[in-house]
Design a protein around this ligand. Structure first.
Ligand code: AMP
Length: 478
């Protein structure tokens, strides 16, 4: 506890931490969650944190760090903080002035704390402000026990609600929505799907993360009193049951300022839908065990995820930009494509400029997975690849003043495929550029492929840079 924390607050924290309950669940009794040093062979313990944030950032930090220390003393390996753990402001202007970059004092403080205690942290609802942005991103960070920020998810669904005479909230006044769903993050407690508060109302996102391997769904939140009373618990239980995941939901509680009051009830729900632990009123923590054997047992006995009727409906990611700056090459059959030649990348597909285009603007789109035939693609890969093709086509037609394009897949050797990796040729067309079907002869001709001059890398990279900037101008989400 920092020296200058008011004594009344210290008492409240002591009481809250002691009164925190962990209800016994059908997975067995948890007589005590206090774990001694050196005690092994038990499932990891996690804690959800609940408190009442205000606009006083240092005060909020002191309260949270004290609760994190308490959790650590009880053997907890990962603590989950609520949305707005850094601050909850009185208005949009104040929020913007209090927001910080990742390198600011708040995250630096939590990184040091994680390292000092050797604990993992989920910091939900951090007001992340990049210097070039006018508004902040409501973001959910994971910090590992060495103090590294290993994931930053930016909240996709911004809460905009207006319940007459009760509550109004418009997050879009101060926040920019995120444009990516992060793959589940591997941690000592399992694979965590990162979401934030209002995302809880969009079950597709949780299902997609589960499909990608999530075992734990984390929803740091600041539910309002009205929506919390009606929806908080049933939504959390529903996400846990339908995805057969642990749901960890840290929460803001109580009166933050004269405009805002939060429902609280931070809780941990198991994959059967049982509430394992829940915070009482006031600041505190609730602790529970994450038992992945139990989770996989439930999934095995009731394999709901494998019963999905993907012939009737689908779960798939939008084709959002997904550049991986650390990646140097991409596999295109036996060829390595240098990242400088790539101008668009999604989770599943890549677009790059052509070594031997048959005319300007002739580019290629491929699935990231090296697959020879179109019939081997999954439905997610097909939709991603063709949605990417559509976005690139719009950009190229504008650039080359074309009102038509040829899209071709030479699917297999006999169809003229020379590189054994599904690829879509996209060629913007202008009137009279080819006689009749000559474009197909050109695409299929192996002889011409041999004689056509390969371009130099610098030209290809300049072309990729130009396409990238044109795609961003056209509103491609990054
Ligand atoms: P296909 O003959 O249908 O298999 O098409 C192969 C395509 O890959 C042709 O358009 C080639 O110009 C293109 N290509 C081959 N090698 C490279 C490379 N290293 N970088 C970019 N494009 C390539």
């Amino acid at each position: 506890m920092a020296e200058d924390t008011p004594l009344s607050q210290v008492d409240a924290l002591e009481d809250a931490a002691e009164s925190t309950s962990a209800t016994s669940a059908c997975c067995g009794n948890h007589p005590s969650f206090d774990r001694k040093d050196g005690e092994v062979d038990l499932s990891p313990l996690v804690a959800v944190l609940q408190f009442t944030a205000t606009a006083e950032k240092e005060h909020n930090f002191r309260i949270c760090s004290e609760l994190i220390r308490k959790a650590r003393r009880r053997g907890v390996e990962m603590v989950f903080l609520p949305e707005g753990f850094d601050f909850l402001s009185e208005n949009a202007a104040q929020s913007m002035s209090l927001s910080e970059p990742l390198t600011g004092p708040i995250i630096t403080g939590y990184r040091k704390l994680a390292q000092e205690l050797g604990i993992w942290l989920s910091l939900g609802g951090f007001h992340l402000k990049d210097e070039w942005d006018k508004k902040s991103h409501n973001s959910h960070l994971i910090i590992d026990s060495s103090g590294n920020v290993i994931a930053t998810y930016r909240k996709a669904h911004l809460c905009i609600l207006s319940i007459p005479n009760k509550v109004t909230l418009d997050e879009s006044l101060s926040s920019i929505p995120g444009t990516r769903i992060l793959p589940p993050v591997q941690s000592p407690i399992g694979k965590i799907g990162l979401m934030c508060c209002y995302d809880l109302r969009f079950p597709e996102m949780a299902s997609l993360l589960t499909h990608q391997g999530a075992e734990i769904l984390a929803y740091p939140a600041a539910f309002t009193m009205q929506t919390g009373i009606a929806h908080w618990e049933p939504l959390l239980k529903a996400r846990a049951i339908e995805n057969q995941c642990y749901v960890i939901a840290a929460a803001q509680y109580g009166q933050h300022n004269q405009h805002r009051i939060s429902y609280g009830h931070a809780m941990i729900v198991d994959p059967w839908g049982t509430i394992l632990a829940q915070c009482q009123d006031g600041p505190g923590i609730a602790i529970a065990e994450i038992n992945l054997d139990r989770l996989h047992g439930i999934r095995k006995s009731m394999p709901v995820q494998t019963h999905r009727r993907t012939d009737l409906y689908r779960l798939s990611m939008g084709p959002v930009n997904h550049f991986d700056p650390s990646r140097e090459t991409y596999k295109f059959g036996h060829i390595d494509i240098q990242s400088g030649k790539v101008f668009y990348e999604t989770a599943l597909s890549v677009a790059f400029v052509n070594l031997k285009p048959i005319r300007p603007g002739h580019v290629l789109m491929i699935p990231k997975r090296s697959v020879e035939r179109f019939t081997n693609l999954t439905h997610e890969e097909i939709s991603d690849l063709f949605e990417m093709t559509q976005a690139v086509m719009k950009m190229l037609e504008k650039k080359y003043g074309a009102a038509a394009s040829t899209i071709a897949v030479q699917d297999g050797h006999d169809a003229g495929q020379t590189v054994k990796h599904v690829h879509v040729h996209l060629i913007p067309r202008t009137p009279g550029d080819f006689d009749e079907d000559d474009i197909y002869k050109e695409l299929e001709s192996r002889d011409r492929e041999k004689v056509r001059q390969a371009r130099v890398s610098t030209d290809m990279e300049a072309e990729a840079r130009e396409y990238k900037s044109l795609l961003y101008c056209n509103g491609l989400k990054i």
